[in-house]
Design a protein around this ligand. Structure first.
Ligand code: NAD
Length: 979
């Protein structure tokens, strides 16, 4: 049975099947109450994770600041940055709010800040302690203290730094009858070398666990969890074929090794976007007879996912087909926040996860019931710390056995001690194994998951909350299965709808789109205008302008909104032209159509506000009415690199406030412009109010010299903007506005507190996506020298995983360069330097992702418009010099910063001259209405595209002042009654 389930069904459709689980039987409720009381009776200080959660209320800034400090501190090699980070995080706290007898502070002092309980004196005030500590920064005490604290925490929450150490420690537990499942901590692989390293570490761990496993039969044998995203650097749905070909054999090897030792082998759950891919990989890996005589293979399923039940059914089917039991771990899911954000960012129709925690709890029970019913095909492993879920499962399961519970190492000890008094079912310990560096990321995750004051774990541990309240379910679930404060992704920008994205994780949708793109007809050639045709276009537009200006703004906006809908309806055809004409890959194409749609709707909305006439204040007997209206004929001049979004954005802005437009696309990309203009006409924009003017420099020059010109909106290179500016200055007649958005030499600064995996992801995207042919692309990254080597290694390794080729192939990351001239220019630039990295290229107009390291004195002063990333190293004390160097280029378009130090972020963002500043993320892909886009200095005149001031440059203002007393006196004043 192939797995097939809708990616993100509506909550309302699923909820009726879940509601029955809201009713809890009396026996189960009583048992749950006994379990909570058990937890409370066994409470210890500075013990398990629950104590820690209780003591560090994550809802406080201080709690988060301390975690963030510890997380980053461990990877910072230099003392100057360590001290900066510590001062920053301690400075962030509102220490006045804490009582010194506060358990929170005691804990904070014990581990996070390197103080010991003994150092606290009875009369200490909290600000006093913190002040003292701040003075000690710079001394080794705090740094050493944090490291010691890490060791303490490591011992608490990680079974061992190595599998050997973990196994040794597990022996004590096993003597008491506990089972283990080992989890190797770490981020997903970013490079092929990382993936190979993870595979080896899994393989070594399997051998070691197998050797220590003893003689008990499955399911009472130990296990290991394997993350597929650790085994492939590009574990992404659009990479389906490569992942299947490259990852499946690696997974099968590990499975065979685990099978040889008869271990439990669990494929861990990944993001919802990767669920179909994971299932495809598991299907492929289970082909043949690998599962024969092995009842230990399985997977983890996330109950917050709306597809959890179909996954269970698919797993049961796999079990039937292979005749083996699968061990299936049911979790609630640890990345809920990421899932919600992802769906919003990508413009999905709905969320693939439930938005209310209580609904996930119900789905957990629905899944549990299904899994229990599917015994012995499945051996359910219930990984939960929720006493109510546990009690309900015990009652659902009856006495037949055939399942187990799981708890996290360092958590749930008291709870499961109480569970053992209720049932003989075993509890397996999920045991993280890894070094301190990976611990914190894991711990922060667990804290976020369980530390929210609303979470079960936090409430169960809090004596002040009555037991009945801990076990209570929200009463309004049936009426409100969705979270009231989480709008659908489509409703993010109300009242205008968000543009539709593509669900890459839905293979049918992705493949359907790719197929429709290939099937889309190739557009006919679009011929450039002659000089006479250009003049004629301007004349016709001038004639049409007054009527369009006097059309009610609501009518103009309705036409633009209709055009947005038409664009979405014609998406495959538009994307096909974008791919053929501009080399846009599928993800670029989706983003470009979305941006164009957003522009249309945004300006349609903004124009309605701007074009309302307003009565201005003034003396009595006078009416002052202010109005904004179109200026006449705007010429819009667009670049080839956003031939749909920028072309339409400028044009829609001008049209929305009542200008007629003559729109000139770049000579490389006239077809997509012709398609866009045709859709605007279809949507109701009169033919002469919007005229397409294909052609190159000559056509542009003719339009700008034309006497009918009322304004110019230009996007392109700085040199062209200058030349247009000069041409405008030489014209006779009225001086018209010029809006110019131009290029940039965009920099990113990375300090030693940044997470290398995040830096790598964001540098690769910013520098190489769209073959670097974005005005916003990162051209130069400044790496703090203390971490530069490691970062560069990872960045180069990740660059090597990029695939260049046919833009219509979903697996392609980087498409071609726009034309042979541009490619020549890029090659000439690279030839003048000695690149430290150059990727491989297929035949055709391709430029390899290239990395050039510049020495201290070498400055990058011009825009290199392609996939060429420059790198420079900087010393921790020289941050301001780096900022000076960036400012000296004169450009100011985009800028990126990766740092965990808030003071650095504040300092840099205040000083840097770029129009768009991005912190701890990539620096491309500005969202209309959310991140208005445009630069300063050599990068443009402003106002920002997609921002609140943009339309104001496209209007002229009129004020009509009428003396209402002129005929017969001030009637309204006289009539006004005095009280
Ligand atoms: P370009 O300057 O060569 O051409 C832009 C447009 O101007 C084209 O339509 C071209 O035909 C026209 N043009 C050229 N000379 C002209 C003249 N004398 N009079 C009138 N029109 C003339 O730029 P391009 O190569 O198409 O685009 C890439 C450049 O655009 C890069 O520098 C990039 O940074 C910049 N860009 C900036 C932004 C932004 O928002 N700041 C966005 C995209 C691209």
């Amino acid at each position: 049975m192939p797995f097939a389930a809708p990616y993100a069904p509506a909550d309302e459709a699923i909820f009726p099947t879940l509601i029955q689980f809201q009713t809890v039987g009396k026996d189960a409720m009583d048992m749950a109450a006994r379990l909570v009381k058990g937890i409370r009776a066994a409470k210890t200080r500075i013990g398990g994770l629950e104590d820690f959660l209780r003591d560090y209320d994550l809802s406080t800034r201080e709690g988060l600041a301390l975690m963030a400090m510890a997380e980053a501190l461990l990877r910072v090699p230099d003392e100057a940055t360590q001290d900066k980070l510590i001062a920053d995080k301690i400075g962030a706290g509102d220490w006045d709010g804490h009582d010194p007898s506060d358990a929170w502070l005691v804990s904070a002092a014990t581990w996070g800040l390197g103080l010991s309980n003994r150092l606290l004196r009875p009369n200490d005030t909290v600000p006093g302690i913190m002040g003292n500590l701040t003075r000690r920064i710079g001394g080794p005490a705090v740094r050493t203290g944090v490291r010691q604290a890490m060791r303490f925490m490591g011992h608490q929450f990680v079974l061992g730094e190595t599998i050997k150490a973990a196994l040794k420690r597990a022996q004590e537990n096993e003597a008491k009858g506990s089972l283990h499942s080992y989890d190797m901590l770490g981020e997903g692989a970013k490079t092929t070398a990382d993936a190979a390293r993870y595979a080896k570490s899994y393989s070594d761990a399997i051998a070691a666990i197998g050797k220590a496993a003893g003689k008990r039969p499955l399911p009472m044998r130990p296990g290991i969890s394997v993350k597929l995203s650790a085994l492939h650097p590009r574990y992404e749905p659009r990479n389906h074929e490569a992942v299947l070909a490259e990852l499946t054999p690696v997974l099968r090897n590990l499975m065979s090794e685990a099978k040889a030792h008869d271990l439990n082998f669990t494929v861990d759950a990944e993001e919802q976007d990767r669920l179909e891919l994971s299932i495809a990989v598991i299907e492929a890996a289970c082909a043949g007879d690998i599962l024969e005589r092995w009842n230990g293979f399985g997977l983890a399923i996330q109950a917050y996912g709306k597809r959890a039940l179909p996954v269970i059914d698919w797993a049961a089917d796999l079990s039937r087909r292979t005749g083996q039991t699968l061990m299936v771990r049911l979790v609630k899911g640890a990345y809920w926040d990421t899932e919600v954000k992802h769906a919003q960012v990508e413009g999905h129709a709905d969320y693939p996860v439930f938005t209310r925690k209580a609904v996930t709890d119900l789905n957990y029970l629905a899944c549990a019931e299904r899994m229990l019913a599917l015994r012995p095909h499945l051996y359910p492993q219930f990984a939960t710390h929720n006493a109510l879920s546990i009690a309900q499962i015990i009652h659902m399961a009856g006495d037949a056995g055939g399942y187990e519970f799981q708890r996290l190492h360092g958590m749930g000890e008291a709870l499961y001690a109480a569970v053992t008094r209720e049932t003989d079912r075993p509890c397996r310990i999920y045991a993280p194994v890894g070094g301190h560096r990976d611990l914190l990321a894991y711990l922060v995750r667990r804290l976020l998951e369980n530390g929210a004051s609303t979470s079960f774990v936090a409430q169960a541990g809090d004596d002040k909350i009555p037991v009945e309240q801990v076990l209570e379910m929200p009463a309004n679930l049936a009426e409100a299965p969705r979270h009231a404060n989480i709008p659908l992704p489509t409703a993010l920008f109300q009242p205008r709808p968000n543009s539709n994205g593509l669900t890459f994780g839905d293979a049918d949708e992705l493949n359907g789109l790719a197929k429709a793109m290939r099937a889309a007809p190739v557009m006919d050639e679009v011929k450039p205008l002659t000089a006479a045709q250009a003049a004629d276009a301007m004349a016709r537009a001038a004639k049409a302008a007054p009527a369009w200006r006097d059309t009610p703004v609501a009518t103009r906006s309705a036409a633009l909104n209709r055009a947005a809908d038409l664009l979405e309806a014609h998406r495959p055809a538009l994307m096909a032209t974008l791919a053929r004409e501009a080399g846009k890959t599928i993800d670029d194409g989706i983003a470009e159509v979305r941006e164009a749609v957003d522009f249309l709707r945004y300006y349609a909305t903004e124009a309605q506000a701007l074009c309302q006439s307003r009565t201005m204040p003034g003396p009595t007997g006078e009416r002052n009415e202010w109005r904004a209206r179109g200026r006449g004929v705007f010429v819009t001049v667009a670049p080839w690199n956003f031939p749909l979004a920028i072309f339409l954005g400028q044009t829609a802005a001008a049209l929305s406030v009542g200008n007629a437009v003559v729109a000139k696309p770049a000579p490389q990309t006239p077809r997509i412009a012709a398609q866009a203009v045709a859709l605007l006409h279809e949507a109701g924009v009169p033919k002469d109010a919007l005229i397409l003017a294909p052609g190159g420099v000559e056509v542009g020059q003719a339009l700008i010299a034309d006497p009918n010109l009322g304004g110019v909106a230009f996007t392109g290179s700085t040199a062209t903007a200058r030349s247009i500016n000069r041409a405008l200055a030489e014209r006779e007649g009225a001086i018209v506005p010029l809006i110019a958005e131009t290029g940039g030499v965009n920099a990113m600064i990375v300090d030693a507190t940044a997470l290398p995996e995040q830096v790598t992801r964001d540098v690769i995207l910013s520098a190489f996506r769209s073959a670097g042919q974005r005005c916003s692309a990162c051209r130069i990254v400044y790496l703090q020298e203390d971490v530069a080597d490691g970062m560069l290694k990872m960045i180069e390794g990740a660059a090597a995983t990029l695939r260049l080729g046919d833009p219509m192939d979903p697996a392609t990351d980087v498409g071609p360069i726009i034309d042979a001239d541009a490619l020549e220019r890029l090659k000439a630039h690279v030839a003048n330097h000695k690149p430290r990295y150059e990727g491989e290229v297929p035949d055709g107009l391709f430029m390899p992702p290239t990395i050039i390291e510049l020495d201290r004195d070498h400055k990058l002063t011009t825009e290199v418009f392609g996939p060429v990333l420059h790198v420079k190293r900087w010393k921790a004390r020289d941050l301001d010099k780096v900022l000076d160097e960036i400012a000296a280029t004169g450009f100011g378009l985009t800028f990126g910063l990766h740092s965990r130090v808030d003071a650095t972020i504040a300092h840099v963002t205040a000083r840097v001259g770029a129009g768009n500043v991005y912190v701890n993320r990539n620096q491309i892909g500005a969202i209309v209405g959310s991140q208005p886009f445009g630069g300063h200095g050599l990068s443009g005149t402003g106002p920002k595209a997609g921002g609140p001031l943009y339309l104001t440059r496209f209007v002229e203002e009129v004020v009509v002042s009428t003396d209402t007393t002129a005929a017969g006196g001030n009637a309204s004043l006289i009539a006004m009654e005095q009280r």
